[in-house]
Design a protein around this ligand. Structure first.
Ligand SMILES: *Cc1c(COP(=O)(O)O)cnc(C)c1O
Length: 391
């Protein structure tokens, strides 16, 4: 039967024609401000390693020590015999760091989001989501059996109207920092709105944890919100923490229910314990090295000043994700390639990751970059002809 092959070939061809085809680049080095691609060394402005920890010697040493103590594989799911002391310690440290009663580790943020939504929601419930939420929140909502209702980006008036019309249980889920736009959700008014309508609020802080807040505890710390206002927090370990995996933090019942009922938790092998040891080392660096967040903010300000002067199509956002709106997908890819020729790696983000007509260059800065490297990026953007008229 060739039906499946023909169907796959047709969808691949359609993707190619629309300039939406994705290619993987093969890196020959660790993450960092400089990465090796084939025989070239490129300035890297597309990783989510915001604090520059992914290849930090202390994390590497922790991973090695963890492998000596616990081996490589965890051997089983957390409920069978895969839950090590390292996992337990990291969960306790994450609960403490986020100021929540409990935290639970997952192998990925994608699994954590889908698991949480599927355990919390039932048919008859409604889950309300920002249109620009991460795919894993949207998929989790779709698969949960609840009614999925999306509201325009950061539009609290529409959300309020939707909440006012509901009678059954409602969960509102948002990204703390939107991954492709870099802006922050209006968390304090959202929390207030949810409390007024007796809805639970869930925040996916994949891009805020480690970066925002005085201690780097994330967008909830920055907004001054605790477990009472935001009962469900999900954050990942693979971005600012430079590791891999994710966690959900919240109250006793939430975490116990996830342990009992979350299928992607129960039926999945626990992350390698050595990775949990590395996670503990990353958390220690988060606590001890506030300079990383300060340096990152300094670089963001420098980039924005320079981009403003060059007339680049900047978005009004203050964090390490600095998208330049291009519009057309083909044009975004052409700019990304022109930058690569000039030694700079910046991803072209296209539909369906972002809405049609809003393809962009997604520039990310990290604490590992220097001022000089940011200036090199600005020079390359100018030479590649990315101007205010790009969109
Ligand atoms: C990256 C990301 C995830 C998924 O986390 P992984 O650990 O990479 O699976 C979830 N939500 C958001 C907003 C993300 O950016």
């Amino acid at each position: 039967m060739s039906l499946f092959r023909e169907r796959l070939a047709a969808s691949l061809e359609a993707r190619r024609v629309e300039h939406l085809y994705r290619h993987r680049r093969i890196l020959g080095s660790s993450q960092g401000p400089l990465v090796r691609l084939g025989d070239r060394e490129l300035l890297n402005f597309c990783s989510n390693d915001y604090l520059g920890l992914a290849a930090h010697p202390k994390l590497v040493a922790a991973l090695q020590q963890g492998a000596r103590d616990y081996g490589v594989g965890s051997g089983a799911s957390h409920l069978v015999c895969g839950h090590s002391r390292a996992h337990q310690q990291l969960e306790e440290a994450l609960a403490d760091y986020t100021g929540r009663p409990r935290a639970l580790l997952f192998g990925s943020g994608f699994a954590a989001n889908t698991a949480t939504l599927s355990v919390l929601l039932q048919p008859g419930d409604t889950v309300l989501q920002d249109r620009l939420n991460h795919a894993s929140l949207l998929d989790g909502g779709l698969h949960s059996g609840a009614r999925l209702s999306r509201f325009p980006h950061n539009d609290l008036d529409t959300l309020e109207r939707k909440l006012a019309r509901l009678s059954g249980p409602a969960l509102v889920a948002v990204d703390g920092v939107f991954s492709m736009d870099g802006d922050v959700a209006p968390l304090a008014p959202l929390a207030e709105l949810c409390q007024r309508h007796d809805a639970w609020l869930m925040v996916d802080d994949a891009h805020g944890f480690g970066v925002l807040g005085q201690r780097g505890a994330g967008s909830l710390e920055a907004a001054g919100l605790g477990c009472g206002e935001v009962p469900v927090l999900m954050a990942t370990l693979g971005k600012a923490l430079g590791c891999s995996g994710a966690f959900v933090a919240g109250g006793e019942e939430l975490v116990e229910a996830l342990i009992q009922f979350a299928r992607s938790y129960v039926y999945s092998t626990a992350m390698p314990p050595a990775l949990a040891v590395a996670g503990l080392a990353a958390l220690a660096l988060l606590r001890e090295e506030a300079w990383r967040r300060e340096h990152l903010q300094h670089l963001v300000a420098r980039f924005r000043r320079g981009a403003e002067q060059l007339g680049l199509p900047l978005a009004d956002v203050g964090g390490p994700i600095q998208p330049l709106l291009i519009g057309d997908a083909g044009r975004a890819v052409a700019f990304s390639e022109a930058l690569r020729e000039r030694g700079v790696l910046v991803g072209a983000i296209r539909p369906p990751t972002v809405p049609v007509g809003t393809a962009r260059l997604r520039i990310t800065l990290t604490a590992g970059h220097s001022e000089q490297q940011v200036d090199q990026l600005l020079a390359a953007l100018e030479q590649a002809g990315v101007t205010r008229h790009a969109a």
